[in-house]
Design a protein around this ligand. Structure first.
Ligand SMILES: [Zn+2]
Length: 203
């Protein structure tokens, strides 16, 4: 049976409709300016939309032989809060056994206390959006410290400048590969030149 995965345009239409993809004039905390912004949890506030996106991502992941052959003894892992609804949705679609998510405590990404070495199944790391890939890299390190093997990675949106794989033949599967535009300084920013008022975003 052929299982359809929504196209880039179909996913972008969902993200626009839910307010998760926004166009305008935004300034990141780093000071970079951009004409677009993703606030992904806005797409995951609607259960039906969340389900469509997670099922689509699960289909991209399931075609990987290493994943399909390891199911259901797999852990789905989120680097942070944004990926938690993705992790639960993908878990449901793949019928995977475990879910973990990391959180930042005093600036350091970590799992909850008492997650023991050797308990974590081979894992798929999932997130809602990969902008630089830093969160994913930190999570891969965490997982390896626990002695677990990373067999897959997936995200709803990946910025094209972010890594496309985790090395070791683990590609990052994405429903949307987005060509993000940034201006390091306001003086280069198209919208600043047009005099458009900027909106400051928190992440
Ligand atoms: Zn600007």
């Amino acid at each position: 049976m052929v299982q359809l995965v929504p196209t880039h345009d179909e996913v972008m239409a969902i993200l626009k409709r839910t307010g998760a993809f926004r166009e305008g004039h935004f300034v990141y905390p780093s000071g970079r300016h951009t004409p677009h912004y993703f606030q992904m949890p806005l797409a995951f506030r609607y259960y039906d939309t969340a389900r469509v996106l997670a099922v689509a991502l699960s289909r991209l992941l399931r075609v990987e032989k290493e994943i399909s052959s390891a199911l259901p003894k797999i852990a789905i892992i989120s680097p942070g809060p944004g990926g938690i609804p993705v992790a639960f949705g993908v878990r449901e679609a793949l019928n995977a056994e475990q879910i973990y998510w990391a959180e930042r405590e005093e600036g350091k990404r970590m799992f909850r206390q008492y997650v023991q070495r050797g308990e974590v199944n081979p894992c798929i790391i999932v997130d809602d959006i990969i902008r630089s890939g830093k969160a994913i890299r930190e999570t891969v390190d965490l997982v390896r410290e626990l002695g677990a093997h990373v067999i897959g990675c997936g995200t709803i949106v990946r910025f094209k400048d972010a890594p496309a794989d985790l090395g070791e033949d683990v590609p990052i599967k994405a429903l949307v590969e987005f060509d993000a535009k940034f201006y390091d300084k306001g003086e280069d920013c198209h919208d600043c030149k047009e005099g458009a008022p900027p909106e400051h975003v928190r992440f």
